[in-house]
Write a protein that binds this ligand. Structure first.
Ligand code: URA
Length: 230
C-alpha cells in the first residue's frame, strides 16, 4: 500500500458517496414481515437510530447552546471499524455530519487509499456538538458526552476502534497519553482492539505526519481483514 501515499498529496479524491449515510429511520414492520426469531435479529440500526434521536435532545453541557445541532455520527451500524475524532467543526455543524470539512476530505482519501469505503466504517467524535471557535473540548464537555460515545460503541460492537488524535486517545485509552508515543500501537480493552493515530487536521498542518498515519492505517487494514471473517 506504500505507493498509495500519493492520495495524501491531493491526488484525485475518490468520489464522495452520494447516498445519505445517516442511520436509517426505523421502518414500520407489518405483521407478515415480522421476524420469526426476533431475539436473533440484529437490531443495531434501530438501536442506533433511537440513540441518535435521544442524543438530539441532549443538553448535558453548554456546547449545545452554541451550535446548530448534534453531530451524532454516521456509517454502518454493524461496522467492524469505528473511527473517533475530536468534535465537529463549522462545516460538520452546518451539515450535521462528521468529518466533511478539509480534515474529513483528507480522511476520505486516506480511507479510500487504505481500501475502505466510508460507508463500511462508522465515524463519530468524542463530543457531538461544535465547540466555539473550534477550541478543544473541555474536560466537563468530554465527560458529559462520554456516555453517548460508550453507548454507540456498545450498540455497534466494533472489533477495532481508531482514535483520531490526542483527545480521542486520551478519552478512550489513557488520560494524559502522548499521541506521538502511543500512535501505531495496539491496545486491547474488553475484547476490542484500539489504536491511535494523528488527527487528519494535524496531518494537514504537518505533512511529516503523513507517513506515520499511512503506516497506522496499513496496520488497521491488515487487522481489519484478519477479523473480517470472524
Ligand atoms: N475534526 C473532528 O475531530 N471531527 C470532525 O467531525 C471534523 C473535524
Amino acid at each position: 500500500m506504500g505507493g498509495q501515499l500519493a492520495f495524501f498529496d491531493g491526488g484525485p479524491a475518490p468520489p464522495a458517496p452520494a447516498e445519505d449515510l445517516r442511520p436509517p429511520a426505523p421502518e414500520a414492520v407489518t405483521p407478515g414481515q415480522q421476524s420469526l426469531w426476533p431475539g436473533l435479529a440484529d437490531d443495531r440500526p434501530g438501536r442506533l437510530t433511537d440513540l441518535a434521536r435521544r442524543a438530539g435532545d441532549c443538553r448535558a453541557c453548554s456546547l449545545r447552546e452554541g451550535c446548530r445541532g448534534v453531530v451524532f455520527g454516521e456509517g454502518d451500524p454493524s461496522a467492524r471499524l469505528v473511527l473517533v475524532g475530536e468534535g465537529p467543526g463549522r462545516l460538520e455543524d452546518e451539515e450535521g455530519r462528521p468529518f466533511v470539512g478539509p480534515a474529513g476530505q483528507l480522511l476520505d482519501r486516506i480511507l479510500a487509499a487504505a481500501g475502505f469505503l466510508r460507508r463500511e466504517v462508522y465515524i463519530t467524535n468524542v463530543v457531538m456538538c461544535r465547540p466555539p471557535a473550534n477550541r478543544v473540548p473541555q474536560p466537563d464537555e468530554v465527560a458529559a458526552c462520554l456516555p453517548w460515545l460508550r453507548d454507540k460503541l456498545a450498540v455497534i460492537r466494533p472489533r477495532i476502534v481508531l482514535c483520531l488524535g490526542a483527545l480521542a486517545a486520551q478519552t478512550l485509552l489513557e488520560p494524559g497519553l502522548s499521541i506521538t508515543r502511543a500512535r501505531g500501537r495496539w491496545h486491547e480493552r474488553e475484547g476490542v482492539l484500539f489504536m491511535a493515530t494523528f488527527h487528519p487536521a494535524a496531518v494537514l498542518r504537518d505533512p511529516g505526519k503523513k507517513r506515520p498515519v499511512w503506516e497506522d492505517f496499513s496496520q488497521i487494514r491488515s487487522r481489519y481483514l484478519a477479523v473480517a471473517g470472524d
